[in-house]
Design a protein around this ligand. Structure first.
Ligand SMILES: [Zn+2]
Length: 432
């Protein structure tokens, strides 16, 4: 019942939301790993000087108490020394606990740099399988990460390609693992770690009731969530985000600190921003499900589903159309009901046959070139077909380059830009 009820709520809120738009947040995706926070000279201070932030592509937080400090997330390895210097300048007290909101590399990368004798590392129980999954597919992810991030971010491969290290080979980072909740006191503060599946199944949030502060990990950043990431993942279930954000809203935080970007400050602002975010996710989910039940195909839903203006949250990192496909295929898998799809004959094999019938790659490339201005995505598809028949055809490579450049010029999404750059690199390589 929840989706229908909440969607009705979303529509009900539309008029009110139009009058009181949440304050715009800086777009996540604009900052690249090498540059975010690079000029920071002093840790940012929040919650009356009890929470400090070193900014990076992933932020590192320090919560200070008289009994010692707690670190929440540790950013990328390349940021660890800079973040440590910024936060140690605030307090040189012992690091009693490191809480990892989830086990993506941009959150766990600095953990070893922060660990002292006696420091506990806290994670949610799904960390065990999530790390096994990441390690199991290390070679696959290394190639995908390299393609997606290298061109735009220059951070290199996030983990080298490896031979299969075994299906259950990744040791957990945490020595304290919990299923639903793990609560402890340090000094005058309570750290309530709550399982909050969303962007990953091992996501946790940290609630500090005395400060009315909540660390939300990656279940919120200033863009529609990357519900399906192009570098490869299982679809991140929309309703997981919705349920976890609902739990956050019920706590009525006065400050919400995401691991990417700036905090959301003020109880009313938190309520508005997170309500809008939840409703945007729910809107896309419910519209996709409705279309599936009406027998619509994935491409028409990718084209037609758009957020209403009052739910626009930006697409600097995640994108609505990828999320629609992610939700669709997350529920239904890959079969599209065309019997041809049952067989291992690739579309590219049929492309090559059709291009031959059309007189070769030349005429197809010419048609693609003519389409670049009006429909670069269609032009790109035609060059895929032309190159399936003749992989080094110069006109087809040039038309492809133009289609990719046109799409790149229009792109405001860092993941999309990454893959367009990767496509341009491949065109260059094919010319050699
Ligand atoms: Zn992250």
């Amino acid at each position: 019942m929840r989706p229908i009820l909440s969607l009705a709520l979303a529509f009900g809120l539309a008029a009110a939301a139009a009058q009181s738009q949440p304050q715009p947040q800086p777009q996540f995706g604009a900052n690249q790993p090498t540059t975010a926070g690079a000029g920071q000279t002093k840790a940012l201070s929040f919650a009356g000087g009890r929470i400090f932030q070193a900014t990076g592509f992933g932020n590192t937080f320090m919560v200070t108490t008289k009994a010692g400090n707690v670190i929440v997330d540790t950013s990328l390895p390349m940021n660890a020394a800079r973040h440590k210097a910024l936060l140690r300048a605030v307090s040189a007290g012992p690091v009693k606990d490191i809480i990892l909101t989830h086990s993506h590399g941009d959150h766990t990368g600095g953990a070893s740099a922060w660990k002292e004798a006696g420091t506990h590392v806290i994670g949610q129980a799904n960390e065990v399988e999530f790390r096994n999954y990441q390690t199991r597919l290390e070679g696959f992810f290394a190639a995908r990460n390299g393609a997606q991030y290298n061109a735009t971010a220059g951070i290199g491969r996030m983990g080298a390609a490896a031979a299969n290290p075994g299906n259950y080979a990744a040791p957990p980072l945490a020595d304290v693992l919990f299923d639903k909740e793990y609560k402890f006191k340090l000094g005058d503060l309570t750290f309530d770690c709550l399982a909050m599946p969303g962007e990953t199944p091992d996501m946790l949030n940290v609630w500090i009731p005395e400060l009315k502060a909540l660390f939300i990990g990656d279940n919120y950043y200033a863009s529609f969530p990357n519900m399906y990431t192009l570098r490869g993942t299982l679809t991140r279930p929309a309703l997981n985000y919705v349920q976890s954000i609902d739990k956050v809203l019920a706590l009525k935080p006065e400050i919400v600190l995401p691991s990417h970007g700036a905090p959301i400050v003020g109880a009313e602002n938190v309520r508005k921003v997170l309500t809008q975010y939840r409703d945007a996710i729910l809107y896309v989910h419910d519209a996709t499900v409705r279309g599936m039940n009406e027998g619509k195909d994935v491409y028409s839903l990718m084209k037609s589903i758009k957020l209403p203006p009052e739910l626009e949250v930006g697409e600097g990192y995640g994108a609505i159309s990828w999320s629609v496909r992610g939700i669709y295929e997350g529920y239904a898998g890959w079969f599209d009901t065309d019997p041809a799809t049952m067989y291992a004959t690739a579309p590219s094999e049929a492309y090559a046959e059709l291009v031959r019938v059309a007189g070769g790659a030349g005429p197809v490339a010419a048609r693609a070139e003519a389409l670049v201005a009006s429909d670069p995505a269609l032009a790109l598809r035609l060059t895929s077909a032309a190159l399936a028949a003749e992989p080094k055809n110069p006109a087809a490579l040039t038309a492809r380059q133009h289609a990719l450049e046109k799409l790149l010029a229009a792109s405001k999404n860092s993941n999309e830009s990454g893959w367009l750059h990767a496509g341009l690199n491949k065109v260059e390589a094919a010319r050699k």
